[in-house]
Ligand binder design. Sequence first.
Ligand SMILES: [Fe+2]
Length: 193
Amino acid sequence: MSVSNKTKSALFYVVILLMSCAIVLAFVFPSPLVAVLPVAPALMLMPMLRQKHIRQIKWSNDYNLGIDYIDEDHKKLVHLLNQFSIAYDYAQCEEFERDALHELVRYTKYHFRREEALMEEYGYPNLEAHKEEHKAMIDAVDGYVKIYQEQGHESLKQVTNLLEFWLINHIKEADKEYSNYLERLGADVFDID
Ligand SMILES: [Fe+2]
């Protein structure tokens, strides 16, 4: 964790402590002047709380391919990416951040293997090109992990945006392409509602 984030966290706790003290004082010495004391730390806290607004990806039904277990995998990846955003933006605990990154990478690899097995099973003609896209993504995330191990928290600044951009575009284009192929083929993999 970087020094700046440690300082931010420490400030956050100091302001909370000041607010608690001010509230206790306001009870012990009830007067209009003392009653407004908790307001000062609260005002200090507000800009910090505004900074804590974390971007979260919302799942859209447009991303569904109609293949149950693949859609569940994609939702899980979005969830893990959101978890990672929280871990990164709060940066309260290095272990939480590291675990969130590793779980995201682990599940991405697991999901790619499942997708590739499915495409292989039904003889998808663009399998090799699709595998190349997966490989490029795995190389990129492995690269992030390596840089993270060397440089820590700050090196992950752009990771969430890049992963979000890649994942959503990949689902909407490359994944949609193979699911259309499976649909045309009449593959028995689609969820019937
Ligand atoms: Fe894919």
